[in-house]
Design a protein around this ligand. Structure first.
Ligand code: SAM
Length: 523
């Protein structure tokens, strides 16, 4: 999240391009030669000098840039060249000649096949340093912002006022050290698992017993092998809450025993596309969503009763129907098969109802740290009018409402807005109101209706804020803008627009919501 302070509240003087990119901070070396000094299948020694934003090592072999998955900065490795382009190439790591001090053994046995985590081979403290640097790089390169040196926290000081900068330009942005987790495993509250059929070989469950067979095929579910659409069966993921692993394994097992087929994206045949499991860390309540290619589920009643019998804690079983030929997980139709349409969870003492399709942060422990920081940066005194754009189920809105005069939340998914209203009532919070619609349409209308916000909080999806929304923020001239972002590139792009419109970026706090992956959340 970034905190802006209004400098002159002026109009927008210019805009950054909309194509904020994800390029590595280490640029390919200009070889100068017309031909690459390495060829496909060459075995080469590579000095690794950086890490791309996708977590690949960036190395030099004979002055030529090679991207090497699994290699870390500072290492010397041997690698086999896989692909050669004009100014760079890709190589497969074959041997680590001189390891980095940051190298650790990845604890997950399927880490190399699965694309879900990218940094398990890097010490956690080094991951946190790298994530901060990733944010700094984006702010400097894309946002053209001046970032001050290492922020020094005054002893015991947690508030932004306790940060001291020695010899820095007062206008420079302070980027704090990343807030990490004490125990960075089993942190995810949600699993979305693609389903497929195994064409040969016996499938063994967690208990080691062979699973029933369906015409020589078996229902499997796990992850897409790195860079492909081939599903690899998996029963355990070290960043998932145990309950989600347990639920998915049992749902698969029962589905196999009942002869449920998996959807085949090539033929369009088969039923089960994904199984989603979500658990409330505080309440222990769990939701299962069966995403199906059609409405009818054979043996549905038996499936449901066996799920209920074998998986304690499940309070909601929901079906979502998606018949479209698409990679998008959810279809438009959702119906409750059994139990409640929502599960409940709590963040910092506030209770939330969460329905199947609503966005809810996947790491609840770090979410509390993130939202507290957002509230701190909003610097509320109890009287302010606050807009929470992209509010989801009203999570940040309700954190803000505890300290604001009134909060207006807007979100595009109507079900999430229903949840937000329910959540405000559930917590007896009367000073928050919610409206469904695109933020870039609803907020300009609020402006016409005379709403004058003191603070605007935005928490957009990865693509960042809509240009029309940024224009409206500049026109509404709130005293502060608090920007929560899951994508440093679009954050930096949007900060440039706000800077050009008269705001100054004051502080940036990276939060590690997704340990062992390359993703970083920022306030
Ligand atoms: C990163 S999530 C943040 C949600 C919420 N602030 C939270 O922390 O749980 C972004 C949200 O923006 C919503 N969204 C996407 N495009 C939108 C738009 N144009 N206008 C309003 N909301 C939008 C998504 O549905 C999603 O709920």
């Amino acid at each position: 999240m970034s905190k802006f302070k209004s400098r002159n509240g002026g109009g927008r003087a210019g805009g950054a391009g909309r194509n904020a990119n994800h390029a590595p901070s280490v640029k390919p070396a200009a070889s100068g030669a017309s031909q690459a000094p390495v060829n496909k299948n060459d075995d080469v020694t590579v000095e690794i000098i950086g890490l791309t934003h996708e977590g690949e090592g960036v190395g030099r072999a004979e002055g030529f840039t090679l991207f090497v998955q699994g290699a870390l900065p500072g290492e010397t490795v041997r690698a086999r060249v896989l692909k050669v382009k004009k100014t760079y190439g890709y190589a497969k790591l074959t041997e680590i000649v001189a390891p980095s001090a940051d190298r650790v053994d990845a604890p997950c046995p399927i880490y190399k096949q699965c694309g879900g985590c990218q940094l398990q081979h890097m010490d956690y403290a080094a991951q946190l340093r790298w994530k901060r640097q990733h944010v700094v790089d984006s702010l400097e390169r894309i946002g053209k912002l001046q970032v001050s040196g290492e922020a020094v926290r005054a002893a015991g000081g947690e508030s932004s006022g306790a940060v001291e900068e020695a010899g820095q330009d007062a206008a420079a942005v302070i980027v704090h050290p990343t807030i990490g987790m004490g125990e960075p495993w089993r942190y995810r509250n949600k699993a979305s698992v693609p389903m497929g059929m195994a064409v040969s070989g016996a499938i063994h469950g967690k208990d080691g017993l062979p699973q029933p067979d369906l015409n020589g095929e078996h229902l499997i579910g796990g992850f897409y092998a790195r860079g492909s659409h081939r599903i690899i069966d998996m029963d355990e993921c070290l960043i998932q809450h145990n309950s989600n692993d347990e639920i998915v394994a049992r749902v698969k097992r029962i589905g196999r025993e009942l002869g449920i087929t998996a959807y085949n994206e090539e033929t369009g045949q088969g039923l089960l596309r994904h199984v989603m499991a979500r658990v409330g860390f505080v309440t222990g309540e769990a939701m299962i969503v069966l995403i199906t290619n059609g409405k009818r589920i054979p043996n549905a009643e038996e499936w449901i009763s066996r799920i209920r019998e074998t998986i304690p804690g499940v309070t909601s079983i929901v079906q979502n129907i998606n018949k479209r030929d698409t990679n998008v997980i959810f279809g438009d139709e959702t119906r409750v098969l059994w139990g409640s349409e929502v599960i409940y969870d709590e963040l910092d003492g506030i209770r939330f109802a969460i329905s199947a399709r609503s966005f809810y942060q996947v790491n609840p422990v770090q979410t509390v740290a993130l939202y507290r920081k957002a509230v701190e940066y909003a610097a509320l005194t109890g009287t302010e009018q606050v807009i929470d754009a992209y509010c989801g189920i009203g999570t940040i809105s309700l954190f803000l409402a505890r300290q604001a005069g009134h909060v207006h939340g807007v979100e595009i998914v109507p079900e999430a807005i229903e949840d937000a209203k329910r959540n405000a009532a559930l917590n007896g919070i009367a000073n928050a109101a919610f409206e469904a619609g695109p933020a870039e349409v609803v907020i300009p209308r609020w402006r016409e209706e005379g709403i004058v916000p003191d603070v605007i909080v935005v928490d957009p999806p990865r693509k960042g804020c809509d240009e029309a929304l940024l224009d409206t923020i500049l026109a509404m001239k709130p005293e502060r803008v608090v920007y929560v972002s899951c994508n440093p590139a679009t954050l930096a792009r949007d900060l440039r627009v706000l800077e050009d419109g008269g705001y100054r970026t004051a502080e940036v706090q990276p939060v590690d919501m997704f340990p062992h992956t390359v993703h970083v959340e920022v306030v």
